[in-house]
Ligand binder design. Sequence first.
Ligand code: MLT
Length: 263
Amino acid sequence: MTTTRIDDIQLAYTDVGSGPPVVLIHGYPFNRSLWNEQLEALSSKYRVVAPDLRGFGESDSSEGPVTMSRMAQDVAQLMDQLEIPQAVIGGLSMGGYVVLAFCKQFPSRVRALLLADTRAQADTEEAKKTRAEQADKALSEGMASIADAMLPKLLTPDTVSKRPEVVKRIRDMMLKTKPQGAAGALLGMAQREDQTEFISSIKVPALIVAGREDAITPPADSEAMHAKIAGSRLIVIENAGHVSNLEQTEQFNDALLAFLNSI
Ligand code: MLT
C-alpha cells in the first residue's frame, strides 16, 4: 500500500501505468478498489491515479463533516506530490461531486472530465435530513445496516439476483468503510454547493456516463449536465444501475477509452 501525508492525514492511493495522467475518484461508501478494472484497462496507455478519499479505504479519517472541497484539495495536493500539474479528472457519484468541486477550485489542472452516475444539483432539505440520520446510524450501528439499505438501490434487480460476485464486491467495500469516514462524507455531501449553473462554464472535454437503471442519480441528472456542458458526450449504459463501471465494465471501459483516445 502506498500512502502519503496530506495535511492531517495519511492518504492511500494507487498510481499505475505511464502516459497522460487520469485521476479516478470513487463514490460513497466505496474505496479506490472500485476502479480496479479501469486501472487495468487504462494503464497500458495512461498513468492512472486512484486515491482513497479522506475517511475511506486505507486513508485516515478526520473529525467532523468532510466537504467535497476538502476532498478536492486532498486530490490536488496528491497531484502536487506526484508532480501531476494537470490530469483528466473522473469520478463516480460522490466522486463526481468531488470532480465538480475540483473543477471550481483548480480549473487549470483539469485536462478533461469524466462524470459517472452523478449529478450537479445540491441535496434537497429532505435529503440533507436523511444524510444526518444516516451519519448517526453509521456511527451508532456500523456499516452493515447502511450496506443492507443501500445495496438494492445501487444495483439493478438483475445484478442483485444473478451476479453474487458483484453484490459481494460492493458489500465488502461498504463494510470496510470506517463509520467515521462515512459520517463525515454524508455530512459533507449534505453541505455541497449546487453546481448546476457553474457547469455551464466548463470548457474542457467531458464524458458523462449514466446507468439506465440508476435509482440514485437517474439518467435525467446526466442529461441535464450534458445539456449544460458544451460539447460534452453522454453515454447511457443499458442494464446498469448506480455503479455502472462494475455492472457493465466492458461498455464503461470502451466508452472511457474511446473518450480518452479522442481528446
Ligand atoms: C455515491 O454513490 O457516491 C452516493 O450514493 C452519492 C449520494 O449519496 O449522493
